[in-house]
Design a protein around this ligand. Structure first.
Ligand code: SAM
Length: 474
């Protein structure tokens, strides 16, 4: 182990365990050197699917630089009606929030602000999108040390929040600026996206979870995580984890093809994933990144998944095409998907069952993304609520949910959050069918029960899901 890793391990163990209240009597995890790089989290005993491995609170949490995201209270992160801080820092507070938690930040921002700067809407927007690193200056020294021992990405694209704050006129002392830049880089390497707000009005923030930050990535993860109402991260085993094996989470969407996942990991986290799914050109037989051969409609997959820009070959007629051609097709399909009106359900269905079927296999990532869009429309959107759905559309939704669940199984996702959500949607479809036929729903309770076991800690889950894990499964 190199000296830096050894020092980080030492600090991590001393600081994390003792300052962050993570130690229960028999924790299922330990921090060790990882084979994939740096530190990692390992199982200290056999862990069963669904078992909570750890709960972790954020050391920093706040808005991220996302255009058009709706604002939250700078003090309590709630998404209730807001008003401008009366002391004139330019941030918003909720109507009920005592501003005490915000006072230090408020004074600091005003101190960094030359008198001549006006609190225009542009100023307030830039401040809101970039103020999270400012909160790090008010942490205890112990928490600052916890952050200092995380890895941080120091390439050019990281740390731009501080530049944005300086463009709107804020002036920082040298040491403050240095630490805030480090925090930005540590957040880019380690932060998690957290949804806050209620089902009707949600927004997304970023949180830095010290223990969560030490879990490495695999596209075949063995954990899943959700966030509770206090923005605590709850990581559970998504499958059986043998004692001493490494605990992995996924930093990408599991429903992306290999080229998309590798690109995302390279751009955002600067490493090449070498997990079994990335190495397999068939992606466990799902062909999520593949296209169809123009000559014979066979499946065309990359000869080397790590060089997706190189050659691809049809598995039937052996025709060889360039990665550039498949890349262009995927970009075109991606842009059609992106520009699709979010409520144009008839077009989505027509595209899924028409053009798309001519050019990509059934489980190609674009088809999968479209299927997910359809799942979130049918039963939920105005005009497509459960009561309004004709049997034909209900059947379509049921089939899509079943297809997607089968796909997740092929991808070896185990008890993932996505599985929980799909099981619940499938349960709702079947319940609708059963209600229309006046049948007892007891025989489909098992679906609800399993979904609830996966999602019971998730702050965004509805009340039915939060309570259903208590019912006896049949
Ligand atoms: C959130 S940190 C994970 C903990 C990290 N290993 C450490 O020592 O602090 C993310 C970084 O860990 C490394 N990493 C995570 N998963 C990896 C993997 N599967 N292969 C190679 N490096 C990985 C990369 O450097 C990545 O940017």
């Amino acid at each position: 182990m190199n000296q830096r890793t050894a020092n980080r391990l030492n600090t991590a163990i001393n600081q994390y365990l003792d300052s962050r209240d993570l130690l229960d009597k028999n924790p299922g995890w330990v921090i060790q050197e990882s084979l994939v790089g740096g530190l990692g989290v390992f199982a200290t005993r056999d862990l069963q699917p669904g078992e909570v491995i750890f709960r972790d609170s954020p050391v920093i949490i706040g808005p991220r630089c996302l255009p058009d995201c709706s604002r939250i209270c700078a003090s309590c992160l709630s998404k209730t009606p807001l008003k401008q801080c009366k002391n004139g820092c330019g941030l918003d507070l909720c109507l009920n929030c005592p501003s005490t938690g915000h006072q230090n930040q408020c004074e600091f921002i005003r101190k960094c602000l030359p008198k001549s700067v006006a609190l225009t809407e542009d100023f307030r927007k830039t401040l809101y999108e970039n103020y999270t690193p400012i909160t790090s200056l008010f942490l205890s020294e112990k928490d600052k040390d916890v952050i200092r021992c995380l890895i941080a990405h120091d390439r050019d694209r990281h740390g731009h929040e501080i530049d944005s704050l300086k463009t709107i006129g804020l002036q920082f002392e040298k040491n403050d600026e240095k630490f805030m830049r480090f925090v930005c880089c540590a957040m880019d390497a380690n932060a998690f996206e957290v949804t806050v707000g209620t089902n009707e009005s949600q927004t997304s923030v970023r949180g830095l979870y010290p223990l969560g930050s030490l879990a490495n990535h695999s596209c075949v993860p063995n954990t899943t995580h959700v966030f509770d109402n206090d923005q605590r991260m709850i990581a559970t085993a998504s499958k059986f984890i043998e004692k001493h094996s490494e605990i992995f989470q996924s930093y990408t969407r599991l429903t992306w093809g290999t080229a998309a996942r590798l690109y995302h990991l390279h751009i955002t986290k600067h490493f090449v994933c070498k997990c079994p799914r990335c190495k397999d050109p068939t992606e466990f037989g799902t062909f999520m990144g593949s296209v169809l051969c123009k000559l014979c409609r066979g499946i065309v997959s990359p000869l080397n998944p790590f060089k997706a820009a190189a050659r691809w070959r049809c598995r039937d007629c052996q025709n060889v095409i360039t990665g550039k051609d498949t890349g262009e097709l995927m970009t075109l399909l991606g842009s059609i998907l992106k520009n699709m009106a979010s409520d144009d359900f008839p077009f989505m269905l027509k595209f899924l069952n028409g053009k798309l079927k001519d050019v990509v296999p059934d489980d190609n990532q674009v088809a999968v993304e479209l299927k997910f869009k359809i799942v979130w429309i049918l039963g939920h959107r105005n005009g497509y609520k459960w009561n309004d759905l004709p049997t034909e559309l209900l059947q379509i939704k049921k089939t899509i949910c079943e297809d997607l669940l089968q796909l997740l199984e092929k991808l070896r996702c185990g008890q993932s959050k996505m599985r929980g959500l799909l099981l619940y949607e499938l349960f709702c479809c079947k319940r609708e069918f059963y209600n229309r036929d006046n049948k007892q729903i007891t025989e489909i309770q098992a679906l609800l029960h399993e979904a609830a076991l996966i999602l019971k800690y998730d702050a965004t889950a509805n009340e039915e899901l939060k309570n259903a894990w208590k019912i006896d499964s049949i």
